[in-house]
Design a protein. Structure first.
Length: 316
């Protein structure tokens, strides 16, 4: 090789390097603003409803309705999984938007794809029926939810703990189910997902039994007005209006809450135990919002009845 050829190769390499690092004559003065935060505020958990191989295909290849997630966690006993040991699959970088949440809402925020990390957990839950609306109306009659693999859940816990180290601004109440952010469309990760086990490892929200029992004793004496229950659900984060009617939107929001925090009974019907769990969570994680929720109203209102019961517990 001649000297001229060597020089030409060096010049091409230099130009390529310059392009890659965006050579510029601009000079910057860097002053870091305090008025900023990370892009990621939510972590959303899904189940796939299909085996590993089909999950990987759907989440990585262009389809008629393309979907993706940041991570995919396989399960044991899946013949389509190619390895002996379970491994987390990263499909989308965390600083990129994955298409996993769809139409979504949580505490005033919409389009949560832009601000969340999505985790798909392989679980072959299945709903049968030709009418999706009918399935959503009565999923217990149409759906089967397999138990999650214990080793798989340990891997999910390790993954989330790792994510939270990088994104400490994700609050406990913002580690969510897909059903929490889209209760009229989604049921995943379903009633078998072990939210309390995650909480015991420092992940997500859960209520304190003593506080819940205190509220339960109260609400069994003074049943909570439906309007106040709707307002409390909205205060926690759900997309629900204060109508005073047990309409479809209200039942779906109640059901999503029960799937997350009372999975042994997720009928969507309001009851004292559901209300007690909700108020125990508000007291623990949203005390200022709870104080505003039960502030004094005209004598005789349900808020007035529970106000003396809760205010001494709130330290703001």
């Amino acid at each position: 090789m001649s000297l001229v050829q060597v020089c030409r190769i060096c010049l091409v390499g230099l130009l390529t390097t310059c392009t890659l690092i965006a050579c510029t004559s601009l000079r910057f003065v860097e002053v870091i603003s305090e008025n900023q935060s990370g892009r990621v505020d939510y972590l959303i958990i899904h189940f796939t409803s299909v085996d590993f191989a089909e999950s990987l295909r759907l989440l990585t290849q262009r389809t008629e309705r393309p979907v993706s997630s940041h991570y995919l966690v396989p399960e044991n006993g899946d013949p389509s999984y190619p390895h002996h040991r379970l491994k987390v699959y990263r499909l989308v970088e965390e600083d990129q938007r994955a298409w996993h949440a769809g139409r979504s809402y949580w505490r005033g925020s919409t389009n949560l794809n832009t601000r969340s990390i999505g985790i798909e957990v392989v679980n072959r839950a299945e709903c049968v029926g030709d009418d999706p609306a009918l399935v959503m109306e009565d999923p217990e009659a149409y759906c089967e939810f397999p138990t999650f693999d214990s080793e798989q859940i340990e891997l999910v816990i390790d993954l989330i703990a790792d994510i939270l180290q990088r994104h400490p601004n994700i609050d406990a109440v913002d580690v969510l189910a897909h059903s929490d952010i889209a209760p009229n469309r989604k049921l995943d990760p379903g009633p078998k997902f072990p939210w309390q086990r995650l909480y015991e490892h420092g992940i997500g929200a859960w209520y304190d039994d003593v506080t819940m029992q205190r509220y339960l004793n109260r609400f069994e004496t003074w049943p909570l007005d439906l309007r106040l229950l709707q307002k409390a659900l909205a205060t926690y984060g759900y997309d629900i209006d204060e109508t005073g009617e047990l309409d479809e939107r209200t039942r779906f929001a109640i059901r999503a809450f029960q799937l997350h925090f009372r999975p042994f009974n997720w009928s969507g019907e309001p009851d004292s135990e559901t209300a007690a769990i909700l108020f125990a969570l508000l007291e623990k994680y949203r005390p200022r919002s709870l104080e505003a929720l039960v502030k004094p109203n005209p004598i005789g209102s349900r808020s007035q009845q529970i106000l003396p019961f809760v205010t001494f517990r709130i330290k703001v």
